[in-house]
Design a binder for this molecule. Structure first.
Ligand SMILES: Cc1cc2nc3c(=O)[nH]c(=O)nc-3n(C[C@H](O)[C@H](O)[C@H](O)COP(=O)(O)O)c2cc1C
Length: 241
């Protein structure tokens, strides 16, 4: 009898704790504020040909968070609006569809870049940076040893980049085209944004690498992405270690 009462009490305590934690979680999510980005500094960076000459992937980063100006300039370079009258941006996109969404994971949470407003809209509170960069093993389980001539496994995900950018294409942004073409255009558009990021980093001394490896299921779940969206690339970004 006493044991049953004890069990009931600890069950009630566990339920109360779970309720408190979910309430606190909801409060934290509600507290994540939009980040107003600074106007781009158009005078910074190496001349274009010099930037190309130092462009290189990097997989080690200082843990120092990015300054607001670096974050602002990075996102504007990636796909910021540079011709507002025509709603056109630094990254070309098929049919000017602006199909590529730029999600930004940082210490305090995940955000979506709003190019027309040049600000980061809050999506999810909490630090998920260490959970999204590693590709899940393929299902069904891979054989223990890869067959001769198989592609080498990709390098492990970089440790502790302060910013992780995820490039996602929304095929529904294209007014016409078959599903295959929309997938192709989306991949090309994401590649163009990716190269803008790499060249901005090369020009300004920031470090990055374009990566296809990541946990797409986890990213979809965390960001509540519709199954129709295509996650193409990620970019860890930070200062030199
Ligand atoms: C589409 C694409 C996917 C890539 N995926 C990964 C990846 O998953 N992990 C990784 O460490 N590097 C990845 N890379 C980076 C390449 O390994 C790197 O660009 C290549 O070795 C050339 O080096 P560089 O970027 O310094 O010129 C990827 C690059 C591209 C273009």
């Amino acid at each position: 009898m006493i044991q049953t009462r004890e069990k009931t009490r600890s069950f009630a305590a566990a339920v109360t704790l779970a309720l408190i934690l979910s309430f606190v979680g909801a409060l934290v999510a509600a507290e994540l504020q939009a980040i107003k980005l600074n106007p781009p500094d158009l005078k910074r960076g190496l001349p274009f040909m010099q930037a190309l000459s130092v462009k290189a992937s990097a997989r080690e980063f200082s843990e120092k968070e990015l300054s607001l100006q670096d974050l602002s300039d990075l996102l504007w370079a990636a796909d910021g609006i540079n011709r507002p009258a025509e709603n056109k941006s630094t990254a070309s996109s098929a049919m000017n569809a602006h199909d590529v969404r730029i999600y930004v994971f940082m210490k305090e949470g995940a955000y979506l870049y709003d190019a027309p407003k040049h600000e980061l809209a809050p999506v999810l509170a909490g630090d998920y940076r260490s959970q999204i960069m590693r590709a899940r093993p393929p299902r069904p389980a891979a054989p223990a040893a890869p067959p001769a001539g198989a592609a080498a496994a990709p390098p492990p995900p970089p440790a502790n980049p302060p910013v992780q950018i995820i490039l996602v294409s929304d095929p529904e942004r294209f007014r016409r085209g078959t599903p295959e073409l929309k997938l192709e255009w989306g991949a090309l558009d994401a590649g163009i944004v990716s190269q803008n990021i790499s060249l901005f980093c090369a020009a300004t001394g920031l470090k990055t690498v374009p990566r296809a490896s990541m946990d797409k299921d986890k990213i979809k779940y965390l960001l509540k992405l519709a199954d129709t969206l295509n996650i193409f690339l990620n970019h860890p970004i930070g200062y030199a270690k």
